[in-house]
Design a protein around this ligand. Structure first.
Ligand code: ASP
Length: 344
């Protein structure tokens, strides 16, 4: 008899395990036992389960790169014994954490599925049960003795997304996430349907590598009509600044005022990379398409193409933390490392 898959659940917090605090009436994280007791169906799944919980489960607004490190370490320490991982996490910053984890693990060949919920597990209308049960089922699916999915994903409201392509789109709908520039990887209906054309194929010959993100001296600047020289100068003169993500308009366009371009140019001359990404939810930066991006291309902005903000932030931190990328941020940023950016 073949062995059933072993799935490790990593509980970090989020609405899924929250209850109302009787003093403040605000939602607060509770321990995993509370979730487990609310889903007796977990005992009937066709896999064995093990759980590791954060000692103090977090609302994901409190999650920072130290917690990404903690999640990656748990995965690393348990990699050989688990067939797949399910990370329970608040939806607010789930796309950031899951994108970061996708960069931190190179040559992953097992599923790491993030999920959570919009309503707590104890709520009658909760979405937590479906999200969690299906995320575990997806993590346990095998084909020819190998995991069906071998990448970092988010499963939410019947859809499986590549994590580093997602963004949180709603605080009200059960469908909290979308992946506007990349198709879904799988869908849950009467059956689980996988879309092979979108799923990453793990490399057989490369070694698994876990890397840390320790350099997060970056800034995310969103342009708006009326942004002044003084505001931008202050932001770009942040002490120890090592990278800039610039959220521009449309297909990567920005003002053509001399003060604006000069500030960007002097930042680049200090060796600080500046990435051009779009504020649009869907579509891509196309440097040089409009007159308002020609100079950005000429002075050497990095082309963020169709990457999400969440992925751009974590990818830049990752590249700034990795020795191999020293002096080559542009080259590494503009190519796909984990399927996070379209190459054209
Ligand atoms: N505030 C919660 C969190 O991100 C929201 C959620 O889980 O959906 O932890």
């Amino acid at each position: 008899m073949s062995k059933i898959p072993h799935i490790l659940i990593i509980y970090t917090g989020g609405t899924i395990g929250m209850m109302k605090d009787y003093k403040t009436n605000a939602l607060k994280s509770f321990d995993f036992k509370h979730i487990y007791n609310s889903i007796p169906e977990l005992n009937h799944l066709d896999c064995s389960l093990e759980t590791i919980s954060f000692k103090e489960p977090l609302d994901s607004s409190n999650v920072n790169p130290r917690h990404w490190e903690k999640i990656a370490k748990i995965i690393q320490d348990n990699y050989s014994k688990a067939d797949g991982f399910v990370v329970l996490h608040g939806s607010d910053t789930m796309s950031y954490t899951a994108s970061a984890i996708s960069f931190m693990i190179e040559n992953l060949d097992k599923p790491v599925i993030f999920t959570g919920s919009q309503l707590p597990i104890g709520d009658l209308r909760t979405d937590a049960k479906e999200n969690m049960i299906t995320a575990i089922e997806i993590a346990a699916v095998q084909k020819d003795g190998k995991p069906r999915i071998a990448e970092v994903c988010i499963y939410f409201e019947y859809k499986l997304y590549r994590a580093n392509r997602t963004t949180k789109i709603s605080a009200a709908q059960f469908r909290a996430f979308d992946s506007p520039n990349f198709p879904i990887l799988a869908e849950s209906g009467v059956e689980l349907k996988f879309y092979d054309n979108s799923i990453l194929v793990p490399s057989k010959s490369q070694n698994l590598i876990f890397r840390s993100i320790y350099n997060f001296n970056i800034i995310l600047i969103k342009l708006f009509p009326g942004i002044t020289e003084i505001v931008l100068r202050h932001q770009l003169q942040t002490p120890d600044l090592q990278g800039v993500i610039l959220e521009t308009y449309g297909s990567g366009n920005a003002p053509t005022d001399a003060w604006f371009l000069n500030l960007l140019q002097s930042t680049l001359e200090k060796g600080i990379p500046v990435i051009d990404i779009t504020q649009c939810v869907a579509g891509s930066v196309v440097l040089g398409k409009y007159e308002t991006s020609v100079e950005l291309l000429n002075i050497g902005l990095i082309d963020g193409k169709d990457i999400t903000t969440e992925s751009a932030v974590t990818k830049l931190m990752y590249l700034l933390s990795v020795d191999e990328a020293k002096g080559k941020i542009k080259e590494y940023f503009e190519k796909s490392l984990r399927g996070e950016i379209s190459e054209y």
